[in-house]
Design a protein around this ligand. Structure first.
Ligand SMILES: C[S@@+](CC[C@H](N)C(=O)[O-])C[C@H]1O[C@@H](n2cnc3c(N)ncnc32)[C@H](O)[C@@H]1O
Length: 487
């Protein structure tokens, strides 16, 4: 089996593409029903432009968006699920939490279908919905297959939490289920110290394998910190708000799978499960509904493993019709994808938002083209629908007003002759570093991009924004570390 990263809604993808009883371990860290948006922050590497914030994914739920899935569950779901979900509805009513539970139930049924008889499930959640999710899982998996509620301590308590007039909550909950009795479980231990001897023990070779990793209170603080890598998590962070530490995933994967097994994360975010699975020589499948997450994962894997990680991406537009389908389905996702075609980042900081709303700045492409290495920008505007000469004039007006060097208009529909004439009339930008002229306003049509391999001409990008912070290089388990030294 090949490793696969899917871009899209996991319900549809699981139903259409993932076979019954085909994966060994599922870890999912879905939105928690927090009723919040999670942003990603882009910072200019040179520190000149103000940080730009953009919504990465939303954790707001709305009943009307769940009605179809609710009706499907009532019509086609197993009898026990029908009774459970209609009971919830009676008590909770048509509101956001009910929408969340319906959506999660539909997905948890599919996840149960794709797990092998020997497989396991770890559902990461928090008290916003863990009590409801536990009941749903008891019904889908059967209570006897519930193994543990794992408490994962989030971090140090600081700031407003210490002053709040309430008990401090400092943990997430991970619900662990298996599909049936014959499941995989490899108990993990901290090795004993070299001088360890059980009380009264004479024969040192009769040592127990170590201290179970979950028994952290039985080891020294120093060992504890080393073992769970709390300290190194800040180095792993890629700017994705809900990112989890790789060490957590490594622990779960080692415990509930073996080398070569298939690990599946249907809400894979910035790819923590995937990185851990790859490192531990497992196969993997990941799904995320946002282009930003999928893009971030591809960069993360490249940074961490270079050419040693092979996988296929499914769901990113690969031709004009699929780009059109993405634009029809979700205008914002289409924008993320289109901007990435030329290496631009979305606009979205407070400043840019204010301007963007009025002036159609969808993205920014920074580059250095000055003796004093000051950053310059090309402003990018994306049109997923109708477009005309006014869009070219508006973009030119914005470029001049913002004192930007250039402008790029990305259009789904082919530009009219008038648009091409207007763009050509805007003149050119003279590059100091590259000693060449670039058209000041350029149009990139998505159809021509795919069918004629057309692109735009821009000076070299300044580099990566912090939202695409370079991931650390990872040495896969069993590999010779010395071969991986970067000299
Ligand atoms: C809490 S984050 C996961 C973070 C991840 N564990 C990590 O370490 O990066 C939840 C993810 O689920 C994705 N998501 C939400 N609804 C989805 C759906 N229906 N299908 C696929 N992905 C979805 C969001 O885009 C988000 O990236």
């Amino acid at each position: 089996m090949e490793n696969i990263l899917y871009y899209g809604d996991n319900l549809k993808i699981m139903r259409e593409s993932i076979e019954d009883e085909s994966v060994d371990l599922v870890y999912l860290d879905p939105p928690f029903n927090s009723q919040a948006d999670y942003n990603v922050i882009f910072r200019d590497e040179l520190g000149e432009a103000p940080p730009a914030q953009k919504k990465a994914f939303t954790d707001f739920w709305h009943w009307p968006e769940a009605v179809d899935e609710y009706e499907d569950l009532l019509e086609g779901g197993p009898e026990r699920i029908r009774r459970l979900i209609s009971g919830f509805y009676e008590i909770i009513g048509p509101n956001p939490i009910m929408a969340y539970l319906v959506k999660m139930t539909a997905r948890l049924i599919e996840i149960h279908r794709v797990i092998k008889r020997t497989g396991s499930l770890y559902l990461h959640c928090d008290p916003s919905a863990s009590h409801y999710l536990k009941i749903i899982l008891d019904v889908i998996y059967d209570k006897k297959n519930f193994r543990r509620e794992i408490i994962w301590r989030i971090g140090w308590v600081s700031g407003f939490k210490t002053k709040t007039a309430n008990w401090i909550r400092n943990h997430d909950t991970i619900l662990y289920y298996v599909k049936s009795g014959g499941f995989t479980f490899n108990k993990q231990y901290f090795p004993h110290r070299a001088d360890y001897k059980r009380r009264g023990q004479v024969d040192a070779t009769a040592k127990t394998p170590g201290i179970p990793i979950e028994d952290v209170w039985n080891i020294s603080k120093e060992e504890r910190l080393n073992s769970i890598q709390i300290m190194s998590f800040s180095k792993e962070k890629l700017g994705y708000a809900t990112q989890k530490p790789v060490a957590l995933l490594e622990r779960i994967i080692k415990s509930s799978s073996n080398e070569g097994d298939i690990i599946f994360d249907p809400f894979c975010g910035c790819g923590t499960t995937i990185e851990a699975a790859e490192k531990l020589n497992r196969k993997w499948i990941g799904i995320d509904i946002t282009y930003h997450a999928v893009n971030l994962i591809t960069k993360r894997l490249n940074d961490a493993f270079g050419d040693y990680c092979e996988y296929r991406i499914i769901g990113i537009p690969e031709d004009y019709p699929s780009a059109r389908a993405l634009a029809d389905q979700n205008k914002y996702e289409f924008q993320w994808w289109a901007l990435d075609l030329i290496g631009a980042r979305p606009a979205g900081g407070v400043e840019e938002k204010k301007k963007g709303a009025d002036l159609g700045i969808d993205g920014v492409y920074p580059f250095i083209d000055d003796e004093d290495r000051k950053s310059k920008i090309a402003i990018v505007s994306v049109k997923g629908g109708r477009t005309g000469p006014k869009d070219v004039r508006d973009l030119l007006g914005t470029v001049e007003r913002e004192k930007a060097a250039m402008g790029v208009l990305i259009t789904l529909n082919p530009p009219t002759k008038r648009m091409i004439v207007e763009a050509a009339a805007a003149g050119s930008y003279q590059s100091y570093v590259f000693n060449k002229k670039y058209p000041k306003i350029q149009i990139l049509n998505i159809k021509d991009y795919f069918e004629k391999k057309e692109s735009v001409q821009l000076p070299l990008h300044t580099g990566r924004s912090i939202a695409f912070k370079k991931a650390q290089k990872v040495v896969k388990e069993g590999e010779d570390n010395q071969n991986n030294l970067q000299i």
